[in-house]
Write a protein that binds this ligand. Structure first.
Ligand code: SF4
Ligand code: F3S
Length: 338
């Protein structure tokens, strides 16, 4: 696809019907809680949107976020939105390697200064001068600082990039265990380590692919950020608790709980609260969007929520009196029911 080709031309060449495109715009506009007329407006704006350059920097991560994204369906309009972007740098997906890859990154940054979208997955190590993770001899922190300078928008994809995630585990319970000094992009911004720039957090372990594509679609169509909550998460995707949309909610309300993962209650689909489910204190769109083209999410496969989209993930469970975080997300420490 040439850089002058519009999105709608691109979709036509890929065999995606106008109907599918309009359905995507309607679903995304609705998920973003835009007014009724916005679906049509988004379709018009998106259809004419030029193809932006995207740099994807992978720091302390497991590649799960990229896996989630690339397995969102084949081909969904969401996946094509990502194809529509000029993905000029991505460790896992690019063909180039070594110095050629670094040259491509520098060339894309220079040619698109002030206009490109920067996607970050993985946390940023800050201890010991940042040497815990380097790319081509450059620390993640130095690369992030340089790349954010020319970015029109930065999206922190996944809980590690958003809040530190697994590499920052035990940071509150036992700070010394966060040996690499792992931090999320927003934390670095708030601490003044990097400059304040437009940033959207799309947390989750991994995040729901549609929350990423919807955020990008909003930016492409309107050139602005969607409404964000206090943790810089799009309210459209993170505005409601997992609990409020859980298919097991009626059992919670009627006091029907599984007490072991293989008991009769579990087999009957009862609520998993007493097995440590963090759904009531976790905000994410997973119960309605789900994975694998809407097929499943944790409570469908018999496991409670671990709180993967919260700053508290991995090792922080809310204390019963709400005064702070204790223990691990993986232990069934259950606050009393009120
Ligand atoms: Fe709420 Fe978890 Fe029970 Fe679902 S399984 S109703 S999220 S406590
Ligand atoms: Fe994560 Fe909980 Fe949803 S663990 S995927 S926020 S159910």
């Amino acid at each position: 696809m040439s850089r002058d080709e519009t999105f709608v031309d691109f979709l036509a060449h890929r065999g995606v019907s106008r109907r599918s495109f309009l359905t995507f715009c309607a679903t995304t506009a609705s998920a973003l809680a835009l007014p009724a007329a916005a679906a049509k407006e988004m379709a018009t704006l998106l259809a004419a949107a030029p193809r932006p350059s995207v740099l994807w920097l992978s720091f302390q991560e497991c590649t799960g976020c990229t896996e989630s994204l690339t397995r969102s369906g084949s081909p969904t309009v969401e996946a094509l939105i990502l194809d529509h972007l000029s993905l000029d740098y991505h460790h896992t997906l690019q063909a180039a390697a070594g110095e050629a890859a670094e040259q491509a990154r520098r060339a894309a940054m220079e040619a698109n200064y002030g206009r490109y979208v920067l996607v970050v997955d993985g946390s940023v190590p800050t201890a010991d001068g940042g040497v815990w993770s380097t790319i081509a001899g450059v620390t993640n922190l130095a690369m992030l600082t340089e790349a954010m300078e020319g970015a029109a928008l930065t999206i922190a994809v996944g809980t590690c990039a958003s809040f530190g995630g697994v590499a920052a585990a035990a940071a509150i319970a036992a700070p010394s265990l966060n040996q690499s000094g792992a931090r999320g992009v927003g934390e670095l911004m708030d601490a003044g380590v990097i400059a304040e720039r437009p940033l959207v957090n799309v947390p989750g372990c991994p995040p729901v692919p549609e929350a990423i594509s919807g955020t990008i679609a909003h930016f492409l169509a309107y050139g602005s950020l969607p409404d964000l909550d206090a943790q810089r998460r799009p309210t459209a995707y993170y505005g409601r608790s997992v609990h409020s949309r859980c298919p097991r909610l009626r059992h919670f309300r009627n006091g029907r709980f599984a007490l072991a993962f293989d008991d009769e209650g579990a087999r009957s689909g009862y609520c998993l609260y007493k097995l440590g489910c963090k759904g009531p204190e976790t905000f994410n769109v997973c119960p309605t969007q789900r994975w694998n083209q809407g097929h499943s999410f944790p409570m469908h496969s018999g496991h409670g929520c671990l709180g993967c989209s919260e700053a508290a993930f991995w090792d922080r469970t809310l204390a019963p009196d709400g005064s702070g975080y204790i223990g691990s997300c993986f232990y069934p420490q259950v606050p009393p029911l009120v």
